[in-house]
Design a protein around this ligand. Structure first.
Ligand code: FES
Ligand code: FES
Length: 176
């Protein structure tokens, strides 16, 4: 387990709150951190652990760019306080795939050109992986509905849908 002593820098006008000790389990690794109790999970991942896959878009829960999985469920990490996730299993886009091979959802996004600038893509992929696991990606309408928390300012939605549909169809075929 890594031990990292670190604190955030509240502005001079902001009173300091007590530091908290948190063990974050991310992508199979545990790391002991100490930081200001107001640090969000997104900032802890990006600024303290160097995992910059999850992106900061709106920083207020509206775009989905910061989506990560906690115990297999998707959350927007910009609205989550890191201190609340002590010991939970966190997965970021960096943790997908095996032995250097991309996760099938990552490969499908690449095949279908399901991105332009790519800023929303890690969040889209994490959300899509979770949607597939939830078994709620039955139709294109379902996919659009359950992916509606992930905004793509480049408008790559048709390609994102196509990528998800392909992975779900392949998975269904494999289980027949
Ligand atoms: S950055 Fe978290 S939802 Fe937009
Ligand atoms: S690919 Fe640019 S925001 Fe989605």
């Amino acid at each position: 387990m890594k031990h990292v002593e670190t604190t955030t820098r509240p502005s001079e006008a902001t009173p300091e709150l007590p530091s908290v000790d948190v063990t974050l389990k991310v992508n199979g690794d545990s790391c002991r951190l100490r930081f200001d109790s107001r640090v969000t999970l997104l900032d802890a991942l990006r600024d303290h652990l160097g995992l910059t896959g999850a992106k900061k878009g709106c920083d207020q829960g509206a775009c989905g760019a910061c989506t990560v999985l906690v115990d297999g469920k998707r959350i927007v990490s910009c609205l989550a306080l890191a201190a609340q996730y002590d010991g939970r299993e966190i997965t970021t886009v960096e943790g997908l795939g095996d032995d250097g091979e991309p996760h099938p959802m990552q490969a499908a996004f690449a095949r279908h050109d399901a991105f332009q600038c790519g800023y929303c893509t890690p969040g889209q992929i994490m959300s899509a992986v979770c949607l597939q696991a939830e078994g709620r990606a039955g139709t294109e309408e379902d996919i659009r509905e359950y992916m509606s928390g992930n905004i793509c300012r480049c408008g790559a939605y048709p390609n994102i849908c196509a990528a998800i549909r392909e992975v779900v169809a392949e998975d269904n075929d494999a289980s027949l």
